[in-house]
Design a protein around this ligand. Structure first.
Ligand code: FE2
Length: 220
């Protein structure tokens, strides 16, 4: 029996994941909503790839929890209102292994491991933590990577102003084949065009509050 088909397991994993994300957002309110937006967009993208049900569940949970390891990064680095030094960035990069360690503690979350651990790997092998490249990077991690990068680029950060959606899309395309998987960028472009352009107007995904409402209503 897989995660989606067993309502008891499914419910328990999702409730635990939501609690963990709430804890992360209390620590880092500046990124509030990021985890949910990445969850929502990754979920749509997984459907475009027609993932098997178990992989789809792992993508959704992993996308929601992808940055949970930031809970283990000290505030002076996580909330620093300026660029990180090399040493600080080295510490920040540990959030992927810290996240993998956190979710490995729970049998109901272990299926979320790949997006959490590998969402900063790059197709050209220059990512972290393991420098995996190409097909060695799991598809659900490559999907999370593209969606995470898009949302990060289009969100105002402490010291980095947001790019417009068009600028972020151009950046994803520019880095397809080096940082990002080309097929995933193409699928994301297809999704973006269908979701963001309605009557020639570009719209946002939806507000954090709307998204949380949707999450409570539509997760089944
Ligand atoms: Fe991350």
């Amino acid at each position: 029996m897989n995660q989606r088909s067993d309502p008891k397991i499914n419910n328990s994993y999702y409730e635990v994941a939501k609690s963990l994300i709430h804890a992360l957002e209390l620590k880092d309110p500046y990124t509030s909503g990021h985890s949910y937006r990445v969850y929502k967009m990754s979920k749509d993208l997984g459907k475009l790839f027609s993932l098997p049900e178990q992989l789809q569940v792992s993508l959704e949970g992993g996308a929601l929890l992808h940055d949970i390891g930031k809970i283990g990064i000290r505030d002076a680095i996580l909330l620093k209102p300026a660029s990180l030094t090399m040493d600080e960035f080295r510490i920040m990069k540990t959030h992927v292994v810290l996240g993998a360690d956190i979710i490995s503690q729970s049998d109901s979350l272990k299926h979320c491991l790949e997006p959490v651990l590998f969402h900063h790997e790059r197709i050209d092998g220059k990512g972290y933590p393991h420098g995996l490249s190409g097909e060695d990077i799991p598809l659900i991690a490559k999907i999370t990577c593209v969606v995470d990068s898009y949302d990060a680029m289009t969100t105002n950060r402490i010291y980095t102003p947001a790019k417009t959606p068009e600028e972020a899309m151009a950046e994803l395309k520019r880095c397809a084949g080096t940082q990002f998987d080309t097929e995933v960028v193409e699928a994301f472009t297809e999704w973006w065009q269908s979701k963001f352009i309605i009557n020639d107007q570009i719209i946002g995904v939806c507000s954090t509050e709307e998204l949380k409402l949707n999450l409570n209503q539509c997760h089944s």
